[in-house]
Write a protein of this length. Structure first.
Ligand SMILES: CC(C)(COP(=O)(O)OP(=O)(O)OC[C@H]1O[C@@H](n2cnc3c(N)ncnc32)[C@H](O)[C@@H]1OP(=O)(O)O)[C@@H](O)C(=O)NCCC(=O)NCCS
Length: 164
């Protein structure tokens, strides 16, 4: 349990299938990239150790979900590696700047390496998303590529990666 003075404590735990409606609600509130129930459910079924939620007083305030992939290293294009891909992370606006996003990402990175044996983590982020970019840089991610017009509205994405 992580607690902050004068603020409600929060807990990071593995998601359960019964959390998915809450996770989907947070996803719709916080991000334009939304997915079907089947997609969330399949990610949770296949990669439960890196599908985490942040809970405050029994309410889900944030989540992270990731997938384990095999592919070329984001740092050395000639080596094939096990990669942890952060698919989506969000914290409800009223719970932001309390360390939840950072704790969710740190915990997921730990499980990527410790449980799934990933050697690198990577993610895509809108080039304009300063809060997320700052969080990823803080946890050691660096920009390895710009993906032009990656998003449906035409915005570019930075691909950011970190060795685990
Ligand atoms: C990105 C997001 C998950 C961060 O969640 P959060 O719980 O507010 O983040 P934290 O409180 O753990 O912040 C950790 C660090 O991230 C950075 N950060 C977070 N919000 C920031 C902001 N608004 N501006 C600048 N830096 C910010 C800071 O470095 C912060 O560390 P600090 O508090 O010591 O300065 C949250 O803003 C969010 O849900 N955004 C909408 C969804 C989204 O954009 N997801 C990412 C898609 S790629």
């Amino acid at each position: 349990m992580v607690s902050y003075e004068r603020q409600q404590a929060f807990q990071i735990r593995e998601a359960e299938f019964s959390d998915l409606p809450h996770v989907m609600r947070i996803n719709r509130i916080c991000l334009p990239e939304n997915y079907t129930y089947f997609f969330f459910e399949s990610i949770l079924r296949n990669y439960p150790k890196t599908f985490l939620v942040a809970e405050v007083d029994g309410n889900i305030a944030g989540y992270i979900m990731c997938r384990v992939e095999r592919g070329f290293s984001k740092f050395d294009r000639l080596s094939f590696k096990k990669l942890g891909h952060v698919i989506s992370i969000a914290v409800l606006p009223e719970y932001r700047r309390r360390g939840m996003g950072e704790s969710l990402l740190e915990s997921a990175l730990k499980a990527m390496k410790g449980h799934y044996g990933c050697e690198e983590a990577y993610l895509e982020v809108r080039v304009s998303n300063i809060p997320a970019l700052t969080l990823y840089r803080k946890l050691g991610f660096t920009v390895v590529k710009t993906a032009r017009r990656y998003y449906i509205d035409g915005e570019d994405a930075y691909v950011m990666a970190k060795k685990l």
